[in-house]
Design a protein around this ligand. Structure first.
Ligand code: ADP
Ligand code: MG
Length: 255
């Protein structure tokens, strides 16, 4: 059974099909690439799958259940978690506070507990601190816990966003162009991080512009053009596919 399945997934904006009858089936444990030229519907597809926008028609199934129309936080609670193409960090907060505020770890223990600093409150606070440290160590930001987000490099911003996503304990993680703005060294580090996640059992749907990165890391790749799927297969199959090459050489809609 696939962990994620869309059928006939469609989203219109005015007269334009941003996502057009998309059938996508992702097996558990895959690193699936989702690629395509600018404006081909990748971000819209992620938004539809994770509940940020509603489909015009079509269905999203996650772990066998129809989740079309569910809210993002409900899907996150089921383990379907995403990051954004544009950074969503609080630039004036520390790395630690970004994890706390950006995740459910911030769930308040009782106000009374906080006021009296009860033993239970202190224990929960210590557990949360441990978890934050663990997440940051995992993404390589262990030493940066007290740094202010605006002082992080582009790569460190991305690692922090991934730490926040991981706080939700995803079964499936959707990443929207995480390597944008990263230097080659940072991008390589990020790809290793994604591989490690997969080994830990997380299924990944990776939207990425950089063909070399994506062919290196993905088990299979799905290609969109003008919202529709034009190819799907192993990296080798995709790289040699003439339709994909034509799409990337940039034949414009209507041209
Ligand atoms: P990609 O992520 O592949 O670059 P997008 O999913 O962002 O592509 O966009 C797909 C198409 O849908 C583009 O033509 C874009 O202009 C259009 N689009 C995306 N979001 C909206 C929106 N909120 N309103 C109108 N058009 C949109
Ligand atoms: Mg996009």
């Amino acid at each position: 059974m696939p962990i994620l399945e869309t059928s006939g997934l469609t989203r219109m904006f005015g007269g334009l099909s941003a996502v057009d009858e998309l059938d996508l089936s992702v097996e558990e444990g895959e690193i699936r690439g989702l690629i395509g030229p600018n404006g081909s519907g990748k971000t819209t597809a992620l938004n539809l799958i994770t509940g940020y926008i509603k489909p015009t028609r079509g269905v999203v199934r996650y772990q066998g259940s129809d989740v079309s129309g569910e809210q993002p936080h409900d899907l996150a609670r089921l383990g379907l978690v995403r990051t954004f193409q544009i950074t969503t960090l609080f630039e004036n907060l520390t790395v630690r506070d970004n994890v706390l505020h950006g995740s459910h770890l911030n769930n308040p223990t009782s106000l009374m507990g906080a006021l009296t600093r009860s033993r239970r409150y202190r224990r929960q606070s210590a557990e949360i601190e441990d978890r934050v440290r663990e997440l940051l160590a995992f993404v390589g930001l262990g030493e940066r816990i007290d740094a202010v987000a605006r002082d992080l490099s582009a790569g460190e911003h991305r690692y922090l966003e991934i730490a926040i996503a991981l706080a939700a304990e995803p079964k499936m993680l959707l990443l929207d162009e995480p390597a944008t703005g990263l230097n080659p060294e940072e991008a390589a580090y990020l790809m290793n991080l994604i591989r490690t996640l997969r080994r830990q059992g997380v299924t990944v749907l990776l939207v990425e512009h950089n063909m070399r990165l994506i062919t290196n890391i993905c088990t299979r790749i799905t290609v969109l053009n003008f919202g529709a799927k034009i190819a799907e297969g192993t990296p080798e199959e995709i790289v040699g596919n003439p339709d994909v090459i034509t799409a990337y050489l940039g034949k414009r809609r209507g041209a």
